[in-house]
Design a binder for this molecule. Structure first.
Ligand SMILES: NC(=O)c1ccc[n+]([C@@H]2O[C@H](COP(=O)([O-])OP(=O)(O)OC[C@H]3O[C@@H](n4cnc5c(N)ncnc54)[C@H](OP(=O)(O)O)[C@@H]3O)[C@@H](O)[C@H]2O)c1
Length: 386
């Protein structure tokens, strides 16, 4: 049995190395410098980062504040958001350097926002508009995300607007709540930059193929909410939400041509994503996978997304490692290809690819404009926005 497993692993590694050699020459990274170098000029800018209390966003927000930005960071818990903001402000003051990037550091402000709760999204957006006054929102980072932990007991069904049909909590936290937020903040997003955190897992999105869902889009505008999921199903559902992020980004860029929509993945990073209940002692799968990169490295990708040009990022998903785009020729465009990119390239081989910004073509189905529009139509209905 062990010999068989070893043979399979060797075969997978050999295939990965073969594909790497085959395609690497035709696939230069967007940046040749270290990832931590390219950060946009953010001095004096208003920036919102959803899911800013934990994980990859925290070190990125630290840098943005140190470079003079005013960052509104969010968490489901206003207390967690304020704690994170206080720590960032304290640290930023320590690192203040009058000869540095700006005249003075900016400020982090922590605010409560639950993206799986329609009322919370409404009040966050009202509160933010008051805080911004007449100013525009320069950068909106749609970063919050969750994966149901094995012992999840928070209720799978949520509703994002009065009278709307229920949707799944994980879909809402990762995608649909962000859709509603963008709809409510649209008037402030003129010539802005909207950054969306997706994942290599979007390749596995279509594996969540319930009867009435095609490529993460419900056929009859009703999401199939369940009351239990096996671990592989949770992962498929996560992939579906991340595919929705990609399709949303492409659809949004068409609707806001003056703005710049940038999609990125932080890569595989050690964060609290596997412990979304935020309870001490919960099992967090990320703590047991030594191949993961750090939250800071993931945050560097977010920073790079504040800088990269519209031309370089248009229609692409930014990766911190080289991804074998041509793998479809060998593996098809279904589950096998998703599993290869997700588990072989990201989990096993990410560390062996030089960490740069690579602009990569996303899963083919996400470029289907009719499907993007169908996703948009369902999202408007489910969030009662237009
Ligand atoms: N880590 C990875 O390997 C990896 C790989 C690819 C993509 N990503 C993506 O990176 C993003 C950040 O994740 P992370 O890895 O940094 O995980 P993390 O440490 O768990 O951070 C997730 C953030 O999202 C917030 N959040 C969770 N559920 C929310 C909800 N319903 N409403 C509003 N905010 C919510 C959390 O805030 P509270 O818990 O305080 O509410 C937290 O600030 C996610 O979109 C994730 O899908 C991560």
């Amino acid at each position: 049995m062990i010999t068989r497993i070893l043979q399979i692993l060797v075969a997978i590694a050999a295939a990965a190395i073969g594909l790497t050699i085959h395609y690497a020459a035709s696939f230069p990274p967007v940046t040749s410098a270290q990832l931590s170098l390219p950060v946009g000029k953010v001095n004096g800018m208003n920036i919102v980062v959803t899911g800013g209390s934990s994980g990859i966003a925290v070190p990125a927000i630290q840098t943005l504040v140190e470079r003079g930005a005013n960052v509104y960071l969010t968490s489901r818990s206003a207390v967690r958001a304020q704690d994170a903001a206080s720590k960032i402000n304290e640290e930023a003051k320590k690192n203040e350097c009058p000869m540095g990037y700006g005249e003075k550091v900016g400020t982090a402000t922590g605010l409560g926002l639950d993206l799986a709760d329609g009322d919370s999204i409404n009040s966050f957006s009202d509160d933010l508009k008051k805080k911004l006054g007449d100013e525009k929102l320069d950068i909106l980072v749609l970063n919050a995300g969750m994966v149901y932990p094995p012992d999840f007991d928070g209720g799978y069904s949520v509703t994002l607007a009065e009278g709307a049909t229920p949707v799944d909590r994980q879909i809402s936290a990762n995608y649909l709540g962000h859709f509603k937020l963008v709809q409510l903040l649209k008037s402030r997003l003129t010539e802005s930059r909207i950054i969306m955190t997706s994942s290599v897992s979007h390749w596995l999105g279509s594996s969540f193929a319930e009867d009435n869902v095609t490529g993460a889009v419900p056929k009859n505008n009703v999401w199939p909410v369940r009351d239990s999921y096996s671990a592989p199903e949770v992962f498929g559902l996560y992939g579906a939400s991340k595919l929705q992020n990609v399709m949303f980004a492409f659809g949004l860029q068409r609707r806001l041509p003056e703005s710049t929509v940038v999609l990125f993945t932080p890569g595989f990073c050690s964060t609290k994503i596997g412990n979304s209940n935020r309870q001490e002692g919960n099992f967090n799968v990320m703590d047991f996978i030594p191949l993961a990169d750090t939250a800071k490295q993931g945050g560097d990708m977010l920073l790079a997304a504040t800088k990269i040009s519209k031309e370089e990022s248009a229609g692409k998903l930014l990766f911190p490692y080289w991804l074998a785009e041509g793998a479809g020729e060998f593996l098809g465009n279904g589950f096998l290809r998703g599993a290869f990119h997700n588990f072989v390239q990201e989990v096993l081989l990410q560390k062996f690819s030089p960490r740069r910004v690579y602009a990569t073509t996303a899963k083919g189905i996400s470029y289907d404009v009719a499907l993007q529009d169908k996703l948009w139509e369902w999202s408007e209905i489910a969030t009662a926005t237009s």
